[in-house]
Design a protein around this ligand. Structure first.
Ligand code: TRP
Length: 327
């Protein structure tokens, strides 16, 4: 079972990133062969700062290691270090429908936010993502809920390629967690927790100090009524119940049962305390790991060597099937 995922090199990871995706990476490394990629080539499709990008890649690498990825058991690398990704992106672009790319909601959202340039790279973003995944003959892609459409497109591209050029790619499936795939903003629980949309008070960062976490949880928006139960008319409480269910590795109804008869105040305090305990060790490891940039670069370099060996084999087959390059 081969598991692949990519993660954006954004600076601070929040609870949505952690519970929706990162947590699944760690779990994936127990279940199969995990290959994880920090996608700096995706990051350059929107406005960015050159110096900052390099730092953000190391931030994200340190965060993944702090969360529990073990370079001895999985492959962790930087996308741009394995040039096969860009080559495969171009090759796949010719079996991708322009109309499909036009329908991608992430493209529409991100292009609406650009002030200056809407790059062609942003339009091709999902093709590069398909290349990331298909280069490794991936079985399963752990992602948050927002990536559903991109994984569907990846499947379409693989199928179209296989029909046109013969069986070449494994058609991957996505793995979206049942609970925790969509963590909502604490101040506006009808919106997904997100650095681009949310306010600071609505987001919990993995590296937040305990005091900040408690403060944010205490002032989280709750709903009318007083019972700790999920419901469509209770987005605030539902979100907090989901967070606690993931933190406790238990089920939503077990969390509800454990607060039967209790009020919102005690419940919010419990979520805050348990979250502090859950994230504390990650924050401490992060600070330590982030301090040693040479060690982080070493992990990425070794990961890239392993990744390249797999991707290069796929590329050789693809080039042959497509009739490009010397035989
Ligand atoms: N687009 C993904 C995101 O925004 C990141 C990503 C890039 C990815 N390549 C990938 C995710 C391959 C899964 C598989 O989160």
């Amino acid at each position: 079972m081969r598991i692949f995922s990519g993660i954006q090199p954004t600076g601070r990871k929040h609870l949505g990133n952690y519970l929706g995706a990162i947590r699944q990476y760690v779990e994936g490394q127990e279940r199969g062969e995990g290959i994880y990629c920090v996608v700096d080539l995706h990051a350059i499709t929107v406005a960015y700062d050159v110096v900052e990008l390099r730092a953000r890649v190391l931030d994200t690498t340190a965060m993944l290691l702090a969360a529990g990825l073990d370079p001895a058991r999985c492959t962790l690398f930087r996308q741009s270090d394995v040039r096969e990704h860009t080559e495969l992106c171009w090759l796949l672009a010719s079996v991708t429908a322009h109309g499909d790319l036009n329908r991608m909601t992430q493209f529409k959202e991100k292009s609406a936010r650009q002030r200056e340039l809407i790059s062609a790279g942003l339009f091709l973003y999902p093709v590069l993502q398909a290349a990331d995944i298909l280069a490794y003959q991936t079985d399963e892609v752990p992602v948050g809920d927002d990536q559903r459409q991109h994984i569907e497109l990846t499947r379409d591209i693989a199928q179209r390629f296989n029909e046109r050029f013969g069986e070449t790619f494994k058609v991957p499936v996505h793995r979206i967690p049942e609970v925790g795939a969509r963590i909502m903003d604490l101040q506006d629980p009808t919106q997904k927790m997100s650095t681009t949309a949310g306010s600071e008070a609505g987001l919990v960062f993995v590296t937040d100090e305990p005091g900040a976490i408690v403060q944010k949880l205490r002032s989280a928006v709750t709903d009318s009524g007083g019972e700790v139960v999920c419901g469509p008319d209770k987005p605030g409480i539902t979100n907090l119940i989901e967070i606690l269910a993931v933190v406790r590795s238990s089920k939503v109804d077990e969390v509800e049962a454990s607060f039967a008869g209790g009020g919102y105040g005690d419940f919010k305090q419990a979520v805050a305390d348990e979250l502090v305990e859950y994230l504390g060790p990650v924050r401490e490891r992060y600070v330590e790991l982030r301090g040693d940039e040479r060690a982080l670069e070493g992990v990425l370099a070794e990961g890239a060597d392993r990744a390249r060996a797999i991707a290069a084999a796929t590329l050789a087959t693809v080039r042959e099937r497509m009739g490009v390059g010397a035989t």
